[in-house]
Ligand binder design. Structure first.
Ligand SMILES: Nc1ncnc2c1ncn2[C@@H]1O[C@H](COP(=O)(O)OP(=O)(O)OP(=O)(O)O)[C@@H](O)[C@H]1O
Length: 264
C-alpha cells in the first residue's frame, strides 16, 4: 500500500450481472486534493459513500491510514450537496454537536473557542446564533463545511457541495474552501460535475466512465483516466483561464465527457 487513502479493485453491483462499476483502484496522498468527474449514474456517490463508511462495496477494499474502512468515523468529514444541518439548532449548536461527538470531554470554554474559530473561518460569525431557516443556501453550505472541518478529520469527503448554489456564491465558497484547504493541508476527495471547479481545486482529476452495453456484452463503469493538474498550485479563479495549459486541460476533460465517458 502506498497512498494515505488506498482504494483497491472496488466494485459495486446492485444486479450481479451488471455491476455499476468494477476494478476501481486509486490512491490519494496526504494533503492532496482529488476530484472525481463522470456522468450521472457512473457511481461517484457510491464510491464516496464507501469511503465515508456509509455503504459497502460488492468487491475490493478501501483503506485510510493503513486501516480498512469498515463504517463511519469522525476521522472522515463528509459534506453533502444538501446541507444536512439540524434545523432546530443554531449554527453554533450544529457545529458544537459535531465537536462534542469528537471530543466529549472538551471543557466549555475550549468548546466555545473551537466552534467560534471554525464559524469565523467560513465568515459566518455574525450569523452564529441563527437557525438554518434564517440562512441563505450558500450560508448553510458554509456551515456544513465549517462543521466538517471542525472535527479536524484526517480526510474530507465532499459530494458536490456547491451543486445547488448560484454561480456567484459558488465562486466565493470555492475560493474560501481552497484557502482553508491550503492552510490546513487537508486531504480531500470531492465529486463535482463542474470541470472548471475541478481544475481550480484539484491536484488530480479522476475521470470515470459509465457502464455500457458493448458489442461483446455489458461493460461495467470504471476509472478511465487520471489527469494530473499541471497548473501552478497558486492559481486563482480569476486568472485560471489566462494560465498556459488551462485550455488544453479543460478540452481534454470535456472531450472525455463528450466522447469517451459513456463507453470505454
Ligand atoms: N440502492 C440502490 N439500488 C439500486 N441501484 C442503485 C442504488 N443506489 C444507486 N443505484 C444505482 O447505482 C448507480 C450509481 O449511483 P451513484 O449515485 O453512485 O452515481 P453518481 O455517479 O454519483 O450519479 P450522480 O452524478 O447523478 O449523483 C446509478 O445507476 C443508480 O441508479
Amino acid at each position: 500500500m502506498t497512498g494515505f487513502l488506498q482504494v483497491e479493485k472496488l466494485g459495486k453491483a446492485y444486479q450481479a450481472d451488471k455491476p455499476v462499476f468494477a476494478d476501481v483502484s486509486f490512491a490519494i496522498d496526504k494533503g492532496e486534493f482529488v476530484c472525481i468527474i463522470g456522468h450521472s449514474g457512473c457511481g461517484k456517490t457510491t464510491i464516496l459513500n464507501v469511503l465515508a463508511g456509509l455503504d459497502t462495496a460488492s468487491a475490493g477494499h478501501a483503506f485510510m491510514d493503513g486501516r480498512e474502512i469498515a463504517g463511519p468515523s469522525l476521522e472522515r468529514g463528509v459534506v453533502f450537496q444538501g446541507h444536512a444541518l439540524m434545523p432546530w439548532l443554531t449554527v453554533r449548536q450544529n457545529i458544537e454537536f459535531a465537536v462534542k461527538s469528537r471530543w466529549p470531554d472538551m471543557p466549555r470554554a475550549d468548546l466555545n473557542a473551537h466552534v467560534e474559530k471554525f464559524v469565523a473561518m467560513v465568515g459566518l460569525s455574525p450569523a452564529i446564533d441563527k437557525k438554518p431557516s434564517q440562512l441563505s443556501g450558500g450560508m448553510k453550505q458554509r456551515v456544513g463545511i465549517a462543521r466538517a472541518f471542525s472535527i479536524q478529520p484526517k480526510m474530507l469527503l465532499l459530494d458536490e457541495p456547491f451543486g445547488a448554489l448560484d454561480a456567484l456564491t459558488r465562486g466565493t465558497i470555492q475560493d474560501e474552501l481552497m484557502g482553508i484547504v491550503r492552510e490546513t493541508q487537508q486531504t480531500v476527495f470531492m465529486i463535482t460535475h463542474d470541470v472548471d471547479e475541478a481544475i481550480l481545486l484539484a491536484d488530480r482529476i479522476l475521470l470515470m466512465s459509465n457502464g455500457s452495453e458493448g458489442a461483446n456484452g455489458y461493460v461495467p463503469g470504471g476509472m478511465a483516466e487520471v489527469v494530473v493538474n499541471t497548473l501552478p498550485r497558486s492559481r486563482t479563479r480569476a486568472q485560471l483561464h489566462h494560465l498556459d495549459g488551462y485550455y488544453d486541460l479543460r478540452n481534454h476533460i470535456v472531450d472525455f465527457l463528450v466522447t469517451r465517458a459513456k463507453a470505454h
